[in-house]
Design a protein around this ligand. Sequence first.
Ligand SMILES: [Zn+2]
Length: 310
Amino acid sequence: MGKAITALLLATLLLSACSGNNNEDLAQGGTATAPAATAEVSAAPQEDAAGTVAPSASSSPAPKDGTEATIAPSASAAPGSSTATPPSSEPAATEIPLLYHMNKNYDIVPNEEGTDKKVVLLTFDDGPKEAEMINALMDTLDKHQAKAIFFVNGYRVKEHPELLKLLHERGGIIGNHSWDHIVLKDKSYVEVQKQIGDVQAIVKEITGEAPAFFRPPHGAGGDVGKQVAAENGMLYMTWSVGSLDWEMKEKDLAKTETLVKNVTDQLHSGSNILMHELPWTVEALDTLLTTLEGKGYSFVDPRSIELKQR
Ligand SMILES: [Zn+2]
């Protein structure tokens, strides 16, 4: 009896310790949540490789035959209202041609022959955390005329709406990384809907536009994450090149060299590069981007990517 209670207490403690630690993507490399063997320097989260093949006899929300493609996104958000009255706040969308799409490996691929395929997509997860880091990241991106997606968590946005505003005003493309940074794939449809929908709402409230990109925490969104992302008109992605910055510690030496090597070791056309809002990543970014440019890569504008995977 006493034993059982102790065990239960322990389990509860452990559980709360885990869920409380939603700061970084620490598990992305391969602790608790990562299925299969993930310790190695690879990138692609296994969840999806395996996950795409009709997993567990469909839990609840039956994946309508054609998966996410069936759900028409876009217009859905605007509830009724008038037809041809574009809200004046709409910044006359500086037409950015849709030149790229994302393939099943979450790589960026040109739609047509002749479009530069030696591109990479830059992404930073788990912010917004600090104005100083955000400004430094944006300074470096500006220097290289690069755009990036910042996948934010709702609980952080709620704590610091001004940081989301800063990111947006400085030209960062905001992505949805769920509210609490939890593993979504085993959660109920309703819960996932809330985790994702609440972020859409708060970002829209602050910046005027809801995110067009979704990345599940720990790369583990499952079918339910994919479905809800599609229902919200977002492109679902994990990544294809991990910088492994989430495994680094302040005391580690030569972090810039390590980060650059981690990326260049896996580098390929269309690389979808996962980084985080972390001090050493901020510091390494200029060297990384210079290195990538030196290898002939340029940085894809996320807004030139179609919002439907193919
Ligand atoms: Zn994350």
